[in-house]
Design a binder for this molecule. Structure first.
Ligand SMILES: [Zn+2]
Length: 63
């Protein structure tokens, strides 16, 4: 039986807010996290999160 594993197949996925919130980064509300979500200009069509830079989203769309 094969286990389904979470696959990181997108370049830069470790910078995505979807991934960072999976790691509970948002619970610390650290400055490095806050600067990603401050003054958002894009939102993610996949998970609905907003970010200042589209590189931090998996499916960025301009706000
Ligand atoms: Zn996303």
């Amino acid at each position: 039986m094969t286990k389904i594993r979470f696959k990181i197949d997108e370049p830069g996925h470790e910078n995505h807010l979807c991934y960072l919130t999976n790691l509970r980064q948002h619970e610390d509300a650290s400055e490095s996290f806050l600067k990603l979500v401050r003054e958002p200009k894009y939102f993610c069509k996949r998970c609905g999160r907003a970010a200042a830079d589209k590189k931090n989203l998996c499916k960025p769309t301009k706000l």
